[in-house]
Write a protein that binds this ligand. Structure first.
Ligand code: G3P
Length: 218
């Protein structure tokens, strides 16, 4: 499973990229706005730090302007994935951009029918928002299972399932069990994946017992 980091905060990206666990980055207009930075400059810097796919979202809602914006974003770096919303204009832009050989991440997906349309439009990635479905008492992981089932029925559908709106490690584990291709994690969720109280307790006990030996490896 690939791990993308869901943030535009370059300090967080640099810190987590150093772990070797970061395979890409996803951003969206809200995440970029939180940084207070110039969008194009921030994306260019992220592309230099992380060689994997970096999602940068268009902000137009009409096909023609989405296409113009998407082509401009794609010129920032070779690892740009242009993000478009799951609307008919977004699907048309996805088809045109993917026909240009540009990676496209279709975002704001909340149903299996939307995911099927995105794959038919040539999306590189589909971003189903599991956390926002959970927020309205709909099990977001059911959507991942349905998309996986649909995509696996057709060899011609090459779109990768990029699980987004992740709230906690259980979303990551369940996505991996279902065979999702990518999980895009808020920085705190990636860090939480390694946490377990018994690990801390066991290491503490090992080190206390070692200290009693008075020995040193070096
Ligand atoms: O990549 C999409 C993600 O940023 C949305 O997450 O927490 O706003 O639902 P959230």
């Amino acid at each position: 499973m690939k791990f993308f980091i869901d943030t535009a905060d370059i300090a967080e990206i640099r810190d987590l990229a150093a772990t070797g666990m970061v395979d890409g980055v996803t951003t969206n207009p809200s995440l970029v706005a939180k940084t207070g930075r110039n969008f194009l400059e921030a994306i260019a810097e992220i592309c230099e730090v992380v060689p994997g796919p970096v999602s940068a979202e268009v902000t137009a809602t009409d096909f023609a302007t989405m296409l113009t914006e998407g082509r401009k974003l794609a010129k920032i770096a070779s690892n740009i994935a242009v993000k478009v919303p799951l609307t008919w204009d977004g699907l048309k832009a996805c088809k045109a951009l993917s026909d240009d050989g540009i990676m496209v991440n279709v975002t704001l997906c909340f149903s299996p029918s939307q995911a099927l349309l995105a794959a038919k439009a040539g999306a590189s990635f589909i971003s189903p928002f599991v956390g926002r479905l959970d927020d309205i008492s709909i099990d977001g992981m059911d959507l991942i299972a349905e998309i996986r089932q649909i995509y696996d029925n057709y060899e011609t559908l090459a779109t990768e399932i990029l699980v987004a709106s992740i709230r906690h490690p259980r979303h990551v584990v369940d996505s991996a069990k279902m065979g999702a291709d990518v999980a895009t994690l808020p920085p705190n969720v990636l860090r939480a994946l390694a946490n377990h109280p018994l690990t801390d307790k066991g290491l503490d006990a090992f080190l206390k017992d070692w200290a009693k030996t008075g020995q040193s490896i070096l």
